[in-house]
Design a protein around this ligand. Sequence first.
Ligand code: F6R
Length: 612
Amino acid sequence: MCGIVAYIGPREAYPVLMKGLHRLEYRGYDSAGICLLNGDIRVFKCKGKVSDLEAFVAGENISGNIGMAHTRWATHGEPNTINAHPHFSQNKTIALIHNGIIENYSVLRSELKNRGYTFTSETDTEVLVHLIEDIMTNEQVSVEEAVRIALNQVIGAYAIVILAKEFPNKIIAARKGSPMVIGIGKDEFFVASDATPLIEYTDNVVYLNDEEIAIIERDKELKIKTIRNQDQTPYIEKLVMSLNEIEKGGFDHFMLKEIYEQPRSIFDSMRGRLHLDQGTVTLGGISDYVQKILKAKRIIITACGTSWHAGLVGEYLIEDLARIPVEVEYSSEFRYRNPVLSEDDVVIAISQSGETADTLAAIDLAKSKGATVLGICNVVGSSIARATNAGVYTHAGPEIGVASTKAFTAQVAVLTLLGLLLAQKKGTLPASKFQKILVELDSIPSKVERILKLNEKIRDIATIYKDVKNSLYLGRGYNFPVALEGALKLKEISYIHAEGYPAAEMKHGPIALIDEFMPVVFIATRRGIYDKVITNIEEVKARKGKIIAIVTEGDESVKKLADHCIEIPDTEEMLIPLLATVPLQLLSYHIAVMRNCNVDQPRNLAKSVTVE
Ligand code: F6R
């Protein structure tokens, strides 16, 4: 996920672009770059935040009425200056910025290398700009035609902006799968990843559709065509948004925004990996290690906090699907307890930030004992991503709210893919069952969308319980890690004491806590250990506890017992954590807001825990 912004018009482009970049910085801040066209085509870029770029260009000639800028969240290639956008074509006359992932970049890259192109970065993006130059040179076509031809060869997602020295009054922009909005002012145009950079200049906007190319020229009407060369009439809409609404993309908090991003982040984490039509799963990052995992005596998953909860779901998944023994370890314990480890073990470290000190230390320990160490990380180029032998990135996008939400579901999505991949290679699942799970997994993003529509109902429940002092979260099987995660979300952002427990363990102690003031959240979905959970609900009810239940749509049995039911769509048992966690995130969020807590930056916490 990156942020892109471009401008053409009578104003100085630089201040417009910089202000825009600041607004888009939530989309990533690994590096930033700017390109200005003013006779010459000049690019300035550096590793770090937008403020680092501002310091970097201080004293440079930054005048010009046409330009584009980019703030990067690294996916392919380390977050460094070379990999920062804009990227130049070989002859340095075309520059390009990109948000998305070009999935077939390695094929295109080899072809272009064979034709004499030299690549300076490790990004997937650079292939596009060379490809456009190649087409312009060989086919003697305009830049927009070259872009159109190039995009027909591209598989993946993109929002791109292109400037060419030869065309000093023209911006070419295109999108597929990544957002792009064009603002139309008086004699001026703006392009951006969202409307935040253009809101003070115009309220006339065109949202570009997938596979559309915009040809934007000063003093001319906006032209749009598809990559199949069909002209489109621009549909101009009124932007209904105020400045203070948009700082977090229209959400009150990053956490809420990130909860709402989950249909997309789960989809992105599975994109190019789940192949429904072929009935297969691929995980390119660990393809060289699949045999090693299949032969491993056991898998050890190590992580902290929410990532540890994802690891617990991973244990259930991998044992269930691929019949390989899995152990889940808190990194902080593992690193200090002299565990038995050998070369036959595969260790999987899970981390959103990729910087968690305990997890890094656990990796070092595992490596020193000869184990193979793989990573599941969200931040490209992070320490954990570099320290592991290989790994799989979750493509959740930058997670800014300190409480982890979309990173959790992205981790679980990747672990599900891993379980399925191992099952397929090992032949532990009948083909029909495998395909059924694949189809269900593919439908998870749309089912999360449906759950997000329950927001109002969940807020109403939050109103009732916002002042409680304690709470219990109970679940069994796949819903036990969900209970742990639900309790962690509540305690860390609302400061209400919350405990997650396996539902059946309640009678071994926690049941003593239950009275009419104790809310108990049950994850009581129909698949899995359902009847036994109903018995546990009865036990709480008998002691006058208040029951909030996450149930499967259409459930009747739990409804008779619970004070509140939140109905989620039905799915395969092993996929329930991807759905059932979402209403619990919303419940915690609303309770914390009602208690006037700092939701995005809870007290005493930090987004990446780089100390012990
Ligand atoms: C909770 C939370 C933390 C992190 C933990 C590990 O919402 O965010 O518990 O999950 O600090 O962080 P990563 O995943 O970055 O290693």
